[in-house]
Design a protein around this ligand. Structure first.
Ligand code: ZN
Length: 440
């Protein structure tokens, strides 16, 4: 009864907030959890619950999954806005439930912050957990990456639902090997693509076998520590692959998947190997639930600063979020795979949500080609400018602007393609500045 009252109060509040603001974020969930800390248990969910967790790519993957479900004519409840902590998930469920707490949908799909997976799914049933990757990320907030992996592994000890894992990330595939009693583990993998390297190009994390501590051997690296690896001592890395993506062409956004001796061709709007890994995860999910993903992947448009393409008066601009070295390296990788002349804008803030410690920028691989100018902006415009200068990039071609609008103006001073990298709180202001400039 009490939870029902809390739910009604929260729904009324949510209605008020909607009148004044478009997105209530976590506020409703925060208030509801203050009134009833375990309110999340009150929701009645009969349909499959899917969760996506990772350091990078949670939002895109969850949004694609939600899009595939809708494209198959089914009803989905999903936190596509990216509010991925318990309060954000509670907010979403409050908005989507009936007064009795019933969720009326065919699927609930949730993007969940890595550290919240055990907290949330101790309280609500989980059918399928998708894990994409683990990289070093916001150390002052998340703690060491290893302790995060161990936290999720601890949760998996009592979990027997589906587990969809990236077989090409040694930090992720280990969760399958560490939990052999779970018979519902499904691995996805992407075959070597044209820009894969023999040696690791960017700083990675998975250097040693988590089981016998031997150095892992790589046949190739796709990006960062993602690639085809194997432990020479205990054979860690050898798994039956449930879904394999082949013949990737990142320029065209095309690839193939074999399914029951039949080859399915995919044509997508993806423009990076990183996005194709996210798509591979969504295809493993689709295969498991017998959903068709071909139409959905052909029309899904990357937006909201996730490898987003913006046309500014005929000038192609690619905007990508980077909260950590891998995010930035992925953006620079896409830039290097493009042989055209271009300029780069890097916007760096150090607000609470970014983490105050910006030392991660020293782990970015700034070995870049065919870049004419680099503009920097954000609260830490000068830190990132110094970092780029230290990498050997001609300092005469670096311009720093604390004012974001000035920086965007400077970016479009010359012709040619533009690449934009922005960290967490810098992303939306940067997109706004670009769209404002475009309007002018
Ligand atoms: Zn080993």
């Amino acid at each position: 009864m009490y939870n029902c009252i809390v739910l009604i109060i929260s729904k009324i509040l949510s209605g008020f907030i909607r009148i004044f603001k478009k997105n209530s974020g976590n506020i409703i969930g925060k208030i509801a959890m203050k009134l009833s800390p375990n309110i999340i248990k009150y929701f009645k969910i009969d349909c499959p619950v899917i969760a996506v967790t990772a350091t990078n790519g949670k939002t895109t993957t969850n949004n694609v999954i939600s899009y595939i479900i809708k494209n198959n004519g089914k009803k989905v409840v999903s936190n596509t806005e990216g509010n991925n902590m318990e309060t954000g998930i509670v907010t979403k469920l409050i908005k989507s439930s009936s007064l009795s707490g019933k969720i009326n949908a065919d699927f609930v799909t949730l993007e969940v912050d890595e550290s919240y997976v055990p907290k949330v799914f101790k309280k609500i049933r989980l059918d399928t957990l998708i894990v994409l990757d683990f990289f070093r990320d916001q150390l002052d907030r998340n703690g060491e990456e290893e302790s995060l992996i161990l936290k999720i592994n601890e949760f998996l000890k009592d979990y027997n639902g589906n587990l969809i894992l990236n077989n090409d990330d040694p930090n992720v595939a280990r969760l399958g090997k560490a939990n052999p009693e779970n018979k519902n583990v499904y691995y996805f993998s992407v075959d070597k693509y044209e820009f894969a390297t023999k040696k690791e190009k960017e700083v990675g994390e998975g250097k040693f076998c988590p089981f016998c501590k031997t150095r892992l051997e790589y046949e190739y690296y796709q990006y960062s520590h993602i690639g085809k690896f194997k432990c020479p001592k205990c054979d860690y890395g050898e798994n039956d692959i449930f879904l394999k993506v082949k013949n990737v062409n990142v320029k065209e956004g095309t690839f193939e998947v074999e399914n029951n001796q039949e080859t399915i061709n995919y044509k997508t709007l993806a423009n990076s190997i990183y996005t194709i890994y996210n798509y591979a995860a969504t295809l493993a999910f689709s295969k498991l639930y017998n959903l068709n993903a071909q139409n959905a992947l052909a029309t899904f448009k990357l937006d909201n600063g996730r490898c987003e393409e913006i046309d500014v008066a005929g000038c192609k601009t690619l905007v990508n979020l980077a909260k950590n070295p891998t995010g930035a390296n992925v953006s620079l990788r896409i830039l290097n795979e493009d042989s055209d002349e271009k300029d780069l804008l890097f916007v760096l803030n150090d607000n609470i949500a970014d983490g105050f410690d910006v030392s991660w920028i020293w782990d970015i691989n700034f070995n870049i080609q065919n870049v004419n100018r680099i503009i920097t902006s954000g609260k830490r415009a000068y830190d990132i400018a110094i970092r780029i200068k230290a990498s050997g990039f001609d300092k005469e071609k670096i311009e720093a602007y604390l004012d974001l609008n000035e920086a965007v103006k400077a970016l479009y001073k010359t012709e040619g393609k533009k690449y934009v990298i922005a960290n967490y709180t810098a992303l939306q202001p940067t997109r706004k500045a670009i769209f404002d400039y475009k309007k002018e």
